[in-house]
Each structure stands twice: as structure tokens, then as C-alpha cells.
Design a protein around this ligand. Structure first.
Ligand SMILES: Nc1ncnc2c1ncn2[C@@H]1O[C@H](COP(=O)(O)OP(=O)(O)OP(=O)(O)O)[C@@H](O)[C@H]1O
Length: 326
């Protein structure tokens, strides 16, 4: 049963839904779907929406356009692109009444896969019209919001290695090649992590802090995360030999219960991290510098409960949400 309808489907006499669609024309599959997207915009208008399509011309444009949309009290900003475009948009939607809608046209589309937004654009536009609106938490690191996760270690290196390199044009295959290279040769790093009173010292291959569960479209490192529980989930992947790294990867790919043996898993509202050497960070799949080596000024992660309104399918994965719809 549909739990909450969007304004466009409300009874006659109610206000029209005001939406801006922000499209990244360089994202994964956009060029193949340009015509279809224009058709969807017309369809939304026929359903009574006030909808305008805007294209980005460079990185950073989606953030600027989202800021303007919030200033204009838009009901919805629809991100047409991948998780990178969503990441830009949420920086401005955070704390506002403007909801995030998604027409996925990125390479991996982790958020869409996570909540069950269909990867075909007609199915996704149906979610905009007939889905439900929820409020979810956002994570924050160094002044940047994140919707999905932050990774430090192997994935941080992979993200930074791929960024602006020709291998990025290979899409998922490019990432997998670089990930295999880094995953096999990456040395562990020493880290100290504080969650309130608890302190963890570890030799880690990777530290993942998740607001949600899905990672890279296939794995789940923070498999107990709920996106509206006011907590971040922490998964510290311990150092392993090359052979055991392979076994660990298989456990994670199969989502086997014994994957727990490879990691330390915790939750917390704030997480402070220092490493002995600077370690590369990625946030929602985008590169973000390196960790702090200073105990006086650790890398700080926090959660902003209920910071973002999102339009998701009428039925969502139960284990991802802990609250009722709006
Ligand atoms: N017009 C543009 N030209 C160049 N880069 C852009 C443009 N618009 C957005 N970007 C940047 O492109 C990057 C990737 O975009 P996006 O995430 O939408 O696609 P993707 O990488 O194919 O998908 P995914 O993140 O799901 O793998 C983002 O960092 C964004 O800032």
C-alpha cells in the first residue's frame, strides 16, 4: 500500500508541485536517454507539475542550481545523473523543505539501487509521481554532507587514482581494474578511532562509515545501517594477507554472515579518526583529501538527523528505515 503520496497526486485545489530537474549530461547513460528525459519532463507537466530541466556545464553547477532551487522554495530537486550529482545537490538541500528526487543515469547509481528506484527512467519517473516522501539523516565530514558513505584506505586511493584519468571513461570496468590493483597491493594503515567513550586501535585496510548500507552497487560493509536512526555505522576492515583478502571479498560479495569475522563493527553519532600517515578519503564516491594525523584535530564525522527529504518508492527495503513515513 502506498504510504504517502506526493503533492502532485493530491486532491484538486492543492498547490502544484514545483520541481527543478538538474541533469549532468556527462553522467553514465545520459546521452542515450536525452529524448526520454524531455518526454518525462512533459509527462510531469501533464500531471500538473511545474517542472523545468536545467543542464550542468561543469562540476559544481548542480550544487549552484540546487541552491537556487531551495531559495525559490521548490518542492523537489530531481537529480538526473549518478551519485556524484546527488552528492552535489544534497549539499544545498540539507536542512531545507526541498525534497530530493532521482532519475538515475549514472554509472553505478548506488542510492537508486539502495532504495529500489528503478534504473529505467520511466519506472523512476513513476516513483516521483507515486512514491512516498521520507526524511532521512545525512552524514557530515569536514563540512561536507554525505548521503551514502565515507571510505578511507583502499577505496579512497581508488577514487583518487581514477579521478580525471582516462581509465574513468571505462566506467565500472575502469574502477574494477584500479580496485583490483590497489586491493592486492595496498598496505594496512594504523588508525585510532573514537566513538564517544569507546576507542578502537586497528591496522586497517579500509574504514567505511555508512549512513546507508550498499557500497559500490554490490557489497554491504555497513549492512546494519538505517538511514533515519540518527547514527552512523562504522566498519573497520582489518589487515589481511593477500590470500585472506580474496576470501574476505568473497564473504562480502555473498553477504555471508561470517563476514563479521573480518571487521570491527560499531555505531555512533560522532566518530573521530586519526591515522599515522595521511590516508586517502572518498565521500559518496568522490575524492576528499586525506585523513588527519593529528590527535588534537582528528578527522571528524557526525550525523545530522532528519536533514534531508527524499522521494522514494512506495515500498522501500524495511531494514533500511527505522521510522514511519512523513
Ligand atoms: N557538465 C558537467 N561536466 C563535467 N563534469 C560534471 C558535469 N556535471 C557534473 N559533473 C561532475 O561529474 C561527476 C560524476 O557525475 P555523476 O555521479 O552524475 O555520474 P557518474 O560518475 O556516471 O555516476 P555514479 O556516481 O553513479 O558512478 C560529479 O563529480 C559531478 O560534479
Amino acid at each position: 500500500m502506498q504510504e504517502t503520496t506526493n503533492k502532485a497526486n493530491s486532491s484538486p485545489g492543492q498547490q502544484r508541485t514545483k520541481a527543478i530537474l538538474i541533469a549532468n549530461p556527462t553522467s553514465g547513460s545520459y546521452i542515450f536517454h536525452e529524448h526520454q528525459i524531455k518526454h518525462i519532463v512533459s509527462g510531469l507537466k501533464k500531471q500538473g507539475w511545474q517542472a523545468e530541466l536545467k543542464l550542468t556545464q561543469a562540476g559544481g553547477d548542480a550544487k549552484r542550481l540546487a541552491r537556487e532551487a531551495v531559495q525559490q522554495n521548490m518542492d523537489v530537486v530531481i537529480a538526473i545523473g549518478g551519485d556524484g550529482t546527488i552528492h552535489e545537490v544534497i549539499q544545498e538541500l540539507a536542512g531545507s523543505e526541498t525534497a530530493l528526487g532521482v532519475l538515475p543515469s549514472g554509472t553505478v547509481n548506488v542510492w537508486a539501487r539502495e532504495v529500489g528506484i528503478p534504473l529505467d527512467l520511466n519506472g523512476a519517473s513513476n516513483v516521483l509521481l507515486n512514491g512516498q516522501t521520507r526524511r532521512i539523516d545525512l552524514g557530515k565530514i569536514q563540512g561536507r554532507y554525505f548521503l551514502l558513505m565515507v571510505g578511507m584506505g583502499v577505496d579512497g586511493e581508488v577514487t583518487q587514482a581514477v579521478e580525471k584519468k582516462p581509465v574513468k571513461r571505462l566506467g565500472v570496468i575502469g574502477y574494477l581494474l584500479v580496485a583490483a590493483w590497489w586491493g592486492a597491493r595496498y598496505p594496512a594503515f594504523r588508525t585510532t578511532i573514537s566513538l564517544g567513550e569507546r576507542e578502537i586501535k586497528a591496522n586497517a585496510l579500509q574504514v567505511i562509515i555508512g549512513n546507508t548500507q550498499l557500497y559500490g552497487g554490490a557489497l554491504k560493509y555497513t549492512w546494519q545501517a538505517k538511514c533515519d536512526d540518527g547514527l552512523l555505522d562504522l566498519c573497520v576492515v582489518r589487515r589481511q594477507s593477500l590470500l585472506r583478502r580474496g576470501a574476505m571479498l568473497i564473504d562480502f560479495l555473498l553477504r555471508h554472515p561470517k563476514r563479521h569475522q573480518w571487521v570491527r563493527y560499531e555505531t555512533g553519532e560522532t566518530i573521530k579518526i586519526t591515522t599515522h600517515e595521511p590516508v586517502a578519503i572518498q565521500v559518496d564516491g568522490e575524492p576528499l583529501g586525506h585523513t588527519s594525523t593529528s590527535e588534537a584535530e582528528p578527522t571528524l564525522l557526525s550525523v545530522e538527523p532528519q536533514a534531508l527529504k527524499v522521494i522514494v518508492p512506495a515500498t522501500v527495503p524495511k531494514d533500511l528505515f527505522s521510522r514511519q513515513p512523513l
